[in-house]
Design a protein around this ligand. Structure first.
Ligand SMILES: Cc1ncc(COP(=O)(O)O)c(C=O)c1O
Ligand SMILES: [Zn+2]
Length: 403
């Protein structure tokens, strides 16, 4: 059951009945180092027998608890889920004999390539949209402020896909170097694209993020996959971890490890929360951008490292890798990622670029139409392989079709 949200940095709590609690109330422009995490209590409700993950695990979700706390019925929550996210289904989880034979391990793949918009990203955003739609039906939202995201990858595509379906305006803040073909895709989905040039008076940092934050300050809704910008993205994203847990149990197997590629860190946070600490969670970043592994070294020496955010999580100076979807210079959700690794006995791995390339070749040979980003979890397994026992059972997430 969900009681509310709690800031992992300052401890401020927000009751679950409060609408639009995207960020810690104490976060300011000068002190953005806060992040709301879901505050759970008691046992997880049993899954409902339904192929749609957001119905299946509905009663475990924060948006659902918000709606129920404000008087929506279970039937109304289910109906809203079908309306907003009707075409999501539990994604495949299967053993790959090609990868298992190649690595001399028992490799299982959570295959997100067929998910809405071709990756797992939409999972994170569904909860924000459901929260908004519930607020509308409760009369708590009478006009639709625009949704906003800074991304030029799978998250932007997922946001544009969901916003188009909901007929909700979306502003996408992108870097000037965004691929034109990708811009066309967003355009076809009706998103308003803003190419963000660095202005003379801009402070340091990504200009697309700066413009996104300005839009948010002007009232736009952070429709983003970065916990500090909207803690609710860490809600429905957990379905991926719950699915893996239940699918492993159904297959009669026990996983030894799960290795997850990390960009902003929301995916690993959600897989970790969904697995509940019972399976070792390792993370992986590319050698050309590894701020989480870098922070890990500093965190080890500290008591309650979240108090020292700006000192612990330092922006990576020159991100580069063929896995271009995980080049976030900061791991925004580092607190949840580190908690998940510590609780489960995992650690962060750094994959040499040669492993990023080889993992991609292996993933394609195994039949997964992923990008280098989408197969980077496997690169983590390659990097960690010398320390793994032969035959160990490992799961990776293949996500993000190559475009
Ligand atoms: C296919 C794919 N896998 C993994 C990630 C990493 O997710 P996160 O940024 O939540 O760490 C991304 C992020 O863009 C992605 O596109
Ligand atoms: Zn706070």
């Amino acid at each position: 059951m969900i009681a509310g949200m709690r800031c992992a940095v300052c401890g401020t709590t927000v009751d679950i009945a409060v609408p639009f609690a995207w960020r810690c109330p104490k976060a300011t422009a000068d002190d953005p180092y806060h992040v709301l995490h879901i505050l759970e209590g008691g046992d997880q409700p049993e899954p409902i027998d339904d192929p749609n993950p957001f119905v299946r695990y509905g009663p475990r979700l924060a948006w659902w608890a918000f709606a129920r706390a404000n008087g929506l019925t279970v039937a109304a929550c289910e109906a809203l889920t079908h309306e907003v996210a009707g075409d999501f289904a539990v994604t495949p989880f299967e053993r790959s004999s090609v990868l298992s034979d190649e690595l001399q391990l028992d490799v299982w793949v959570k295959d997100e390539t067929g998910n809405v918009a071709g990756s797992h990203k939409a999972r994170h955003l569904v909860g924000i949209l459901l929260h908004l739609r519930a607020a509308e039906s409760l009369g708590l939202l009478t006009e639709r402020p625009p949704l906003a995201i800074a991304s030029c990858g799978n998250a932007a595509l997922a946001a544009a896909t969901l916003a188009a379906r909901a007929d909700w305006p979306l502003d996408v803040y992108v870097p000037t170097w965004m691929d034109d073909g990708f811009g066309d895709l967003l355009d076809e989905l009706g998103a308003r694209i803003h190419r963000c040039v660095r202005r003379d008076d801009d402070p340091s940092g990504d200009p697309a993020m700066l413009r996104f934050r300005e839009a948010r300050s002007a009232g736009a809704i952070p429709f983003t996959v970065q916990g500090p910008e909207n803690g609710l993205c860490l809600d429905t994203g957990r379905t991926i971890g719950w699915e893996i847990t239940d699918q492993a149990a159904d297959a009669g197997i026990r996983l030894d490890r799960v290795t997850v590629q990390v960009g902003g860190g929301a995916l690993a946070a959600c897989v970790g929360a969904g697995l509940g600490g019972g399976v070792r969670l390792d993370t992986v970043q590319a050698e050309g951008c590894a701020p989480l592994a870098d922070a890990w070294e500093r965190v080890i020496a500290l008591d309650r490292p979240e108090r020292y955010w700006a000192k612990v999580m330092r922006p990576w100076p020159d991100p580069h890798s063929a896995a271009d979807g995980i080049l976030d210079d900061e791991t925004y959700d580092w607190i949840a990622d580190i908690q998940a690794m510590v609780e489960s006995g995992g650690e962060p791995f750094v994959a040499p670029e040669s492993d990023i390339v080889r993992a991609h070749e292996l993933a394609i040979a195994a039949g997964y139409p992923v990008s280098h980003t989408g197969s980077a979890g496997l690169a983590g397994v390659l990097a960690a392989r010398p320390g793994i026992r032969d035959g160990d059972r490992i799961a990776v997430v293949m996500s993000g079709v190559a475009r």
